[in-house]
Design a protein around this ligand. Structure first.
Ligand SMILES: *Cc1c(COP(=O)(O)O)cnc(C)c1O
Length: 490
């Protein structure tokens, strides 16, 4: 490679080389996908040894073509294929085809979302995308939002805004400058016992400690028990604690269960608490005709986490924090003379760094802006509804078959169940059987499903985020599970 070919520029030589590299890469990718399986790669120890190199910085560069050959031979065959219908362990989806094209544009122009002079059209498109999302989720024009690196960051930001809002109204403290109040150890956040771990992690990062997070029990449908929530808040208040925020999960990570928003909102109103809704998973229901009502009340949240890299099938990363009132972002505003001068704002330049905890930031909004327009309401309704309907079918089959035990009826698309040992053989514990089936599926059948604990016991999990998954697929998976149950037990 000559050293002239460094960047894509207006030079015809650079453009030709760019086109060649991209086309060769596309060919290598498509050639590597030789069957429909989710994983065809090696076991962990073998893979580690196989990928070990003496150096990744040779004395003289290998050049693009040699490296691409190495990637084609060693890396791509060991890649997991989230687009396979046999892949269903986590809230991890494939990338919609058009969003891969969008990623190419994002990478080529490499806009940085912190200031307008690093991302003119991109800033305007993010602002515009947020404006439409605010409307889509039912907020008024006072609403606002920002793209983040994922649900973890969106949750952190929601709790940060809640904390700062509370300390300002309760103690007249501007946390940005003053730091935490002396009473910060009394502050309390409530979430269900199966809420995402990023809530506790955020409490740590926010200086409140994970003990500030009170775990509210769930009912048999794995939804937050609202009566328990009320009594925990009242108990804490009687003991002089300072409740300030409730986190409702719309779509828990394991079960997809949906906490009841309207009763939780009532409790928040009664005690003056911020309602943060973690809809990292369930936010996609808004795209469906039939299931959007399951997340009714989301528009009454003070802040909402939406993950577009889960049930919206967009490439990692792509997430948003929406807030009911844009003014809530005020504590994040710092002005740097070299980046986001106050005078810029006055002259009509928007510097999105003012609402973010990141500085350099990706133009992820572009993937939402493009995919929403490309597929439209009907296209999106179909994609998301399909996953929900397939999960219902899978759950019904499991429930009707005495070989299996369904944990909870799915509300979105996560189905948790376990395989029961055959009756003639009680020497194999259900936990061992299910762990064993999980590994066998991965390494001998190229099928990747999830494994979790339910009431202290090992369960399997299928998180259906693939509209290509058919009933036939589901039927053959069930048949395989029945066989494995028999073989392993023998
Ligand atoms: C996945 C998930 C998160 C974390 O989001 P990331 O994008 O992985 O950071 C938070 N909450 C819930 C309910 C989730 O399912």
């Amino acid at each position: 490679m000559s050293c002239n070919e460094i960047f894509l520029t207006d030079r015809p030589e650079d453009q030709a080389e760019f086109r060649r590299m991209i086309l060769k890469t596309v060919e290598a990718i498509t050639a590597s996908i030789t069957d429909g399986k989710a994983y065809r790669g090696m076991l962990p120890q073998d893979l580690r040894a196989f990928l070990r190199l003496d150096s990744i910085l040779p004395e003289h560069g290998l050049g693009f073509d040699a490296l691409l050959r190495c990637v084609s031979e060693n890396v791509l065959p060991n890649m997991l294929r989230p687009f396979s219908p046999d892949y269903m362990p986590h809230l991890h989806s494939a990338s919609l085809m058009e969003s891969i094209a969008a990623e190419l544009i994002i990478a080529v122009f490499n806009q940085s979302m912190d200031s307008w002079d690093q991302s003119p059209a991109a800033t305007e498109i993010e602002v515009e995308t947020i404006r439409h999302l605010v409307k889509l989720y039912g907020f008024s024009e006072e609403g606002n939002g920002i793209f983040t690196s994922g649900g973890t960051q969106s949750n952190l930001m929601g709790l940060l805004l809640a904390r700062d809002h509370f300390c300002l109204s309760q103690f007249g403290l501007d946390l940005r400058n003053d730091g935490l109040p002396v009473d910060s150890r009394k502050m309390r956040i409530y979430c269900s016992e199966i809420a995402h771990f990023s809530i506790e992690n955020s409490a740590h990062l926010l200086g409140l400690g994970s003990r500030s997070v009170v775990k509210v029990p769930v009912d048999s449908a794995q939804k937050m028990d609202v009566t328990a929530l009320r009594s925990l808040i009242e108990q804490d208040m009687a003991m002089g604690k300072l409740p300030f925020c409730v986190v409702a999960t719309e779509g828990t990570t394991d079960f997809g269960s949906i906490d009841p928003l309207l009763p939780i909102r009532n409790i928040c109103d009664q005690y003056g608490l911020w309602l943060h809704t973690d809809a990292a998973y369930g936010s996609a229901l808004i795209m469906t005709e039939r299931y959007a009502e399951r997340i009714k009340g989301i528009e009454q949240s003070d802040s909402v986490t939406i993950d577009f890299h889960k049930m919206f099938f967009l490439p990692i990363s792509c997430s948003t924090l929406l807030v009911k009132k844009g003014i809530a972002f005020e504590p994040l505003e710092f002005h740097a003379d070299y980046l986001n001068r106050k005078e810029d704002e006055e002259d009509g330049y928007i510097n999105l760094v003012d609402k973010s905890i990141q500085t350099t930031r990706r133009f992820d909004a572009f993937k939402v802006w493009t995919s929403f327009q490309i597929r439209g309401r009907d296209g999106w309704n179909q994609l998301v509804s399909q996953c929900i309907e397939r999960a219902k079918y899978l759950a019904e089959q499991l429930d009707a078959d005495p070989n299996f035990e369904l944990a909870v009826k799915p509300e979105i698309s996560a189905v948790v169940f376990r395989v029961l040992p055959i009756q003639e053989n009680d020497s194999i514990a259900p936990d061992t059987l299910n762990k064993n089936i999980h590994r066998q599926l991965l390494h001998y059948h190229g099928i990747v499903i999830g494994q979790t604990l339910f009431r202290g016991q090992v369960y399997l999990k299928c998180t259906l985020l693939n509209p290509l998954l058919t009933k036939t697929h589901i039927d053959s998976l069930l048949e395989l599970l029945r066989q494995l149950r028999y073989n392993i037990a023998l």
